[in-house]
Design a protein around this ligand. Structure first.
Ligand SMILES: Nc1ncnc2c1ncn2[C@@H]1O[C@H](COP(=O)(O)OP(=O)(O)OP(=O)(O)O)[C@@H](O)[C@H]1O
Length: 272
C-alpha cells in the first residue's frame, strides 16, 4: 500500500432507512495518506454514508470495497479482519458506568485479541500511544461516567486510535470540544494521514475545519453529491449557497491562507 491508493471505497451506494431511500447513488474513495471530508446540510446523508463505509449499514444497492475485497456479500471479510482495517468514531456513544478511561481505550484492541486469554502483544504500547495523542493519559484511572462531554469524546477517539487501522472514519469528531482540543484533534487527524498514511473519512459541519485539513471534500445535499474534489473546487460560494439554501461568502483567510466560509444571515453585519 502506498500514498494515494484507494483503501476504502463506496460505489454507487443507495442507502435506505425503513425502506425509504435517503442516499441515492453516492460514490467516494478514501485514499492512503489523504483526508476526505463529508460536508452538507442536516439530513443530507453524511452519517448514513459513513456508517455504510464502516459496514454498519447495508446498502440497498452498490458495494463497499476494502482494497479489492467486497465488504458485503459472499466473499466478504470477517468482522475482526474488517475491524483491523477500519474503525469508526460514531456520534452516538454509550457512557458505560464502573469502567475506567483505560478500559474504554483498550476496547479498541478487541480485533487483535486471539485465543482464550486474548493475548495482544502490541496492545499496551498502542493504548499508551493513543491516550497520549488525545491527551487523556492523566485521566487513565478515572471512571468514564464522571467525565465531561469533551473529555469523553477524546476517550472514544483514543479507543479508535488504539485500534491502529489503516482507515479512520470520524463522525463530527470536534463536537463538544473546546477550541484547543478542536485544533488538536484536527492536527492528530492530519498527522495520521501525513505520517502513517492513514485514509481518513471525516464528517464535519464546520466548513473552515474541512478547508484546513481536507485533501478532498464531498459535498452532499438530499442524499446526492453536489460536488466532489479538491477543497477550492468544492467549497465555492455557488455550491454552498445551493446546498445549504443560505448565501455563503467564501474568501481566503488572511491569517491561515485557507478558505473561510461565511454564511450571510439577515442580521449579519455588512460593510456600509
Ligand atoms: N435510524 C433512522 N431511521 C429513519 N430515518 C433515519 C434514521 N437515521 C437517519 N435517518 C434519516 O436519513 C436521512 C439522512 O440522515 P443522516 O443522519 O445520514 O444525515 P446527516 O447528513 O448525517 O445529518 P446531520 O448533519 O443532521 O447529522 C435523514 O432524512 C434522516 O432523517
Amino acid at each position: 500500500m502506498s500514498k494515494g491508493d484507494a483503501l476504502l471505497a463506496g460505489d454507487e451506494l443507495v442507502l435506505a432507512h425503513h425502506d425509504h431511500a435517503v442516499v441515492h447513488g453516492v460514490s467516494l474513495e478514501l485514499r492512503a495518506g489523504a483526508v476526505t471530508a463529508l460536508v452538507g446540510p442536516n439530513g443530507s446523508g453524511k452519517s448514513t454514508v459513513l456508517r455504510s463505509l464502516a459496514r454498519l449499514h447495508r446498502p440497498r444497492t452498490g458495494q463497499v470495497k476494502l482494497g479489492e475485497r467486497p465488504v458485503w456479500g459472499h466473499s466478504a471479510l470477517s468482522g475482526k479482519e474488517f475491524a483491523r482495517n477500519v474503525t469508526l468514531l460514531t456520534q452516538q456513544r454509550p457512557t458505560p458506568s464502573g469502567v475506567s478511561v483505560r478500559d474504554v481505550v483498550s476496547y479498541g484492541r478487541y480485533p487483535y485479541r486471539t485465543g482464550w486469554r486474548g493475548v495482544d502483544l502490541e496492545g499496551n504500547a498502542a493504548i499508551t500511544r493513543a491516550m497520549e495523542l488525545t491527551g487523556v493519559t492523566a485521566m487513565a484511572d478515572r471512571g468514564v461516567d464522571e467525565l465531561s462531554g469533551g473529555e469523553l469524546q477524546r476517550v472514544w477517539l483514543a479507543s479508535c486510535l488504539a485500534q491502529e487501522t489503516s482507515v479512520l472514519l470520524l463522525d463530527e469528531p470536534t463536537n463538544h470540544l473546546d477550541l484547543r482540543y478542536q485544533v488538536e484533534v484536527l492536527d492528530v487527524v492530519r498527522d495520521l494521514a501525513n505520517d502513517h498514511d492513514v485514509a481518513v473519512g471525516v464528517v464535519l459541519h464546520d466548513l473552515d475545519h474541512a478547508a484546513i485539513i481536507a485533501d478532498e471534500v464531498v459535498l452532499l445535499a438530499e442524499g446526492r453529491v453536489v460536488a466532489a474534489g479538491g477543497v477550492r473546487d468544492v467549497l465555492t460560494g455557488e455550491h454552498l449557497t445551493h446546498a445549504y439554501g443560505v448565501t455563503v461568502h467564501v474568501a481566503d483567510d488572511p491569517v491561515t491562507g485557507a478558505i473561510h466560509c461565511r454564511p450571510l444571515g439577515r442580521h449579519t453585519p455588512r460593510p456600509v
